[in-house]
Design a protein around this ligand. Structure first.
Ligand SMILES: *Cc1c(COP(=O)(O)O)cnc(C)c1O
Length: 250
C-alpha cells in the first residue's frame, strides 16, 4: 500500500457514499435474518481489500467493526494505522509460510477464515504462542464445489481439522466453517448446493465434537440466499466499496 492509501483522511462525500451503501446492506442482512430460524442477525464483514485505509476509517467512524482483507502485507500495514478495536478477518488465500506474519504482527486479528490444512493450523498456533496476543478464531475453509482450483479442504477432512484445533491448538479457537462456492451455484435460482454442503459439514462436526459452529458464506451477489440457508456471517465487498482496482502486484 502506498502512503496515500494508508492515509486515514476521508472526504465527506466518500463517507456518505460508503455509509449509505453499508447501511443498505446491513438493513438487507437484518431483514432476511429476521425471517430465518432463530432470527438472530447475521454478521456483516465489510471486505475492504485493495481499498484505501480512509474508506475503512469512514465506516469505522460510523460504527462498523468487522473488516475482511485478502493480502497479508496489506492487512499488516492497514492494521498498524487503523484503530485497534477493529476486528480483522483474513479471508484471502493463505500460504503456510505467511502464517507467521499473520500471527505475529496483528494483535487484533479476529479471525482467519481460510484454513484448510493441519500444517497451517500448526504454524499459526506455534507463532501465536510466541506472543501475548489473544487467541485467533478459525474458520475452516471447505471446498464445497470440488473445483480443482478452489482452495479449501474436501468436506471429508473437516472433522479431522476441527478435532486438531480443539485438541492441539490452545492459541486457536474453532469458530466456524467458510466456503466461497462455485459461480454456477451462486447464479442458480435453486437452493445453493455449496451452502447446503457447508451446513451439512457443520452439523457433522457439531454432533461429534459438540458446540455450535458459525457459517461464513455469502458475498455481494448471493448473501441473501446464504442467510436463508443458514449463514451467520456474510462477506460483502463491492456492494459497499464499489468495484475494485485490478489486482496488480498480488
Ligand atoms: C473479495 C472477497 C469477498 C467479497 O466479494 P464481493 O463480491 O466484492 O462482495 C468475499 N469473500 C472472499 C473470500 C473474497 O475474496
Amino acid at each position: 500500500m502506498s502512503a496515500e492509501n494508508l492515509s486515514l483522511q476521508y472526504t465527506q462525500d466518500r463517507a456518505l457514499e460508503l455509509i449509505a451503501n453499508a447501511g443498505e446492506i446491513a438493513a438487507q442482512v437484518n431483514e432476511v435474518s429476521k425471517r430465518v430460524d432463530n432470527g438472530k442477525s447475521a454478521k456483516l464483514v465489510c471486505v475492504s481489500k485493495l481499498k484505501p485505509a480512509s474508506d475503512i476509517q469512514a465506516l469505522y467512524d460510523a460504527g462498523y467493526r468487522h473488516f475482511g482483507e485478502n493480502y497479508v502485507q496489506e492487512l499488516i500495514e492497514k492494521s498498524k494505522v487503523l484503530p485497534k478495536d477493529i476486528k480483522w478477518h483474513f479471508i484471502g488465500g493463505l500460504q503456510t509460510n505467511k502464517c507467521k506474519d499473520l500471527a505475529k504482527n496483528i494483535d487484533n486479528l479476529y479471525a482467519v477464515e481460510t484454513i484448510d490444512s493441519i500444517k497451517k493450523l500448526n504454524k499459526l498456533n506455534d507463532q501465536r504462542s510466541q506472543t501475548e496476543f489473544p487467541v485467533i478464531n478459525i474458520y475452516i475453509q471447505v471446498n464445497t464445489s470440488g473445483e480443482e482450483l478452489k482452495s479449501g479442504c474436501p468436506p471429508g477432512e473437516v472433522v479431522e481439522l476441527a478435532t486438531f484445533i480443539k485438541e492441539k491448538c490452545p492459541k486457536l479457537n474453532l469458530e466456524g466453517l467458510m466456503t466461497i462456492g462455485s459461480i454456477a451455484n451462486s447464479k442458480s435460482d435453486a437452493e445453493n448446493e455449496d451452502f447446503k454442503t457447508l451446513v451439512k459439514c457443520a452439523s457433522e462436526v457439531e454432533s461429534l465434537l459438540g458446540g455450535t459452529l458459525q457459517l461464513s458464506m455469502g458475498m455481494s451477489s448471493d448473501f441473501e440466499e446464504a442467510i436463508r440457508q443458514g449463514s451467520t456471517s456474510v462477506r460483502v465487498g463491492s456492494n459497499i466499496f464499489g468495484s475494485r482496482p485490478p489486482n496488480n502486484g498480488h
